[in-house]
Design a protein around this ligand. Structure first.
Ligand SMILES: [Zn+2]
Length: 172
């Protein structure tokens, strides 16, 4: 019943992100978050490569070298830094992400850390994970500074205070 497990995982994740976005007063983004995961092409990856301990996308990439499900996903979901890569006269460059999508990325990363780490989750989990991959991603310096500051704020002050900070001082 891999397909059912996959549906359960993505729905659990979506509910958590939607709730966090609502708490940050991002209502439309909360509702629309990751909806494309329910499209045929993304479900196909999920159903076929579901493993339970990591993303089916990683499993598909390992086998085929690419994942059509992921390419579909990152091309439609503005909370991923990969969405914001473009090509110009100097080559590939990262565009600066609008603030509200950085906040959605924050909610996404916190929810994913909670779901993957379960009882091991702490307020530093999402920051630790970001630091691990930070030097390997292509992200605009201002976007990097904002997501880093939000995750650092969370690790120092906890979720409730971070959400207050986002609503009062960050959100546009
Ligand atoms: Zn997503």
């Amino acid at each position: 019943m891999k397909w059912l497990q996959h549906l359960k995982t993505i729905t659990q994740h979506k509910i958590k992100v939607t709730w966090l976005c609502f708490r940050c007063h991002l209502f439309k983004q909360g509702l629309l978050h990751d909806l494309s995961k329910y499209s045929y092409i993304e479900l196909k990856t999920g159903f076929k490569y579901y493993q339970g301990y990591r993303s089916p996308i990683d499993a598909e990439k390992e086998e085929k070298g690419y994942s059509l499900g992921w390419l579909h996903h990152k091309g439609r979901n503005k909370h991923h830094w990969e969405y914001w890569l473009d090509f110009g006269k100097d080559g590939i460059y990262p565009c600066q992400m609008p603030v509200n999508y950085v906040i959605e990325m924050f909610c996404d990363r916190v929810a994913a850390s909670m779901i993957y780490q379960k009882e091991k989750y702490t307020d530093s989990s999402a920051l630790d994970y970001y630091i691990q991959g930070r030097d390997k991603i292509l992200i605009h310096p201002n976007t990097d500074a904002l997501i880093f500051s939000l995750l650092t704020y969370l690790s120092k002050n906890g979720l409730d205070k971070t959400i207050e900070h986002i609503k009062k001082e960050v959100k546009q």
